[in-house]
Design a protein around this ligand. Structure first.
Ligand code: LLP
Length: 438
């Protein structure tokens, strides 16, 4: 994957850096990002839109992995940014991300979050529901400030993916419903408002989608509504935001399409539909998270305890687990891995990789072929760049790992490993106990 290779010492190398240098310098568990891979993927997306000759924005869905260095890289790659909380917006602002390229999402933005977005004059707010819409109207009116918005709709397209990461179906907490006339009402409200400018529509059908048909269907479905809005409300969108969800390779069986195929299919469908209506081709916006950073990330763990249950299974435990990668426990997600310090050796045994949390469900990989594992080996788990660190927790008071960017033989820590003091730094002792004792 990316710039990974097995070097002359038989060790995994990422971005021209030997994995043993990384583990010795930074310890484990360690998230390693191959930034050249992120650059290549951003370029692939850009090139696909340029070849289609359409206006576009590629908003990096920062929920996949958010930190200052990542936002700086995204800005440098001419990406826009999807944020969905004050914390993600704050991180973007700290990274001096160009505000006009920030898009704000979320099904329960608070009044304070809307205020932060408006105060910082961000590029657009993706309005999700009537509660938010009325708050936003009052806010922009009181500030006498204009704001660009898109409305999020649920196009009724079922993405063939895990139900927890599928969002486009009608029965969903996200967006305005199309069938009951909610979306029409929202459009009318925005049209009648002096401060909100309705730039277009947004839909996100789900994540880890391998079939381009999902996006094609979503575009067709949105155009079905656009035709009726155009007739009844005189509304035709400048922007069509098709969301994210482009699938990546986690395990062997995953076969994502080349990125341009998704773009080609969605843009060509959009062009055809616009042409049928005799209307201009809208701008296309997408919001990839995992497709930009997922495969670029690798987690390095140290192997520890071994448990052999004769004729049943061998468990090899590592120094992380569901605290740095909840995806196997939450979505039954599958990963591939190898021993980074002995990457050229033949496989000799089948083991199951366990995390160190006090939960039977804290398993990272079942039935993995590896050389005979020794204590202190380095296990590299691939494609952990999206929703790994960003969903990490301190469960069992385990410390969050460090994050390192590597490129061209250079390595650089962008998030320090948490320290034990961090765990209690915001805590206070229970003073009442002392008062009642005295
Ligand atoms: N746009 C919107 C509105 C979204 O809700 C999401 C993801 C994305 C874009 C980016 O999706 P991506 O391209 O990364 O698939 N934690 C889960 C995925 C939940 C994603 C939620 N929204 C996981 O680990 O798979």
């Amino acid at each position: 994957r990316g710039t990974q290779k097995i070097n002359e010492h038989g060790r995994l190398e990422i971005g021209g850096v030997d994995s043993s240098v990384l583990t010795e310098t930074y310890g484990t568990p360690l998230f390693v990002y191959d930034t050249a891979d992120i650059r290549n993927r951003a370029d692939e997306f850009h090139q696909a839109f340029i070849n289609q000759g359409v206006q576009y924005e590629i908003a990096y869905a920062s929920k996949a992995f958010s930190c200052i260095a990542m936002m700086e890289l995204a800005a440098d790659l001419s990406l826009s940014l999807d944020v969905c909380s004050e914390g993600e917006l704050y991180t973007a602002l700290e990274a001096r991300f160009p505000v006009e390229r920030i898009h704000f999402h979320g099904n329960n933005k608070t009044p304070q979050e809307l205020e932060m977005a408006v105060d910082n004059n961000i590029g657009c707010i993706v309005v999700d529901n009537f509660t938010e819409l009325s708050w936003l109207m009052a806010l922009t009116e009181s500030r006498k400030q204009k704001m660009n918005v898109l409305i999020r709709i649920t196009p009724g397209v079922e993405a063939h993916t895990h139900e927890y990461i599928s969002t486009g179906q009608e029965d969903s907490k996200f967006g305005f419903d199309l069938n009951s006339g909610q979306a029409d009402r929202a459009i009318r409200m925005i049209q009648g408002n002096d401060y909100l400018h309705l730039r277009g529509v947004h839909s996100h059908i789900g994540s880890q989608i391998f079939k381009a048909e999902g996006f094609e269907e979503a575009v067709k479905e949105i155009f079905r509504s656009i035709r009726s809005w155009n007739e009844s409300l005189g509304f035709y969108p400048e922007v069509l935001n098709v969301g994210g969800g482009f699938g990546i390779r986690y395990a062997e069986g995953d076969k994502p399409l080349p990125l341009h195929v998704y773009i080609d299919r969605m843009v060509e469908t959009g062009k055809e539909e616009a042409e049928k209506m005799g209307m201009p081709v809208p701008e296309f916006w997408i919001e990839p998270g995992r497709a930009l950073v997922g495969e670029a990330g690798t987690t390095l763990y140290s192997t520890g305890a071994r448990k052999d249950i004769p004729d049943i299974r061998t468990y090899i435990s590592v120094d992380g687990g569901m605290t740095d990668n909840i995806r196997p426990a939450l979505y039954q997600a599958e990963y591939s891995a190898l021993l980074a310090n002995r990457a050229a050796e033949q496989t000799e045994e089948v083991v199951s990789v366990a995390g160190k949390c006090c939960e039977s469900g804290d398993m990272l990989i079942w039935d993995l072929d590896l050389p005979k594992v020794q204590q202190g080996d380095t296990l590299a788990v691939f494609s952990t760049g999206a929703y790994g660190y960003s969903m990490a927790s301190n469960y069992n008071r385990i410390l969050r790992p460090a994050v390192v960017f590597v490129e061209d033989g250079h390595h650089e820590c962008v998030i320090e490993r948490e320290k034990l003091e961090d765990l209690t730094s915001r805590e206070r002792s229970f003073s009442r106990l002392k008062e009642t004792a005295s």
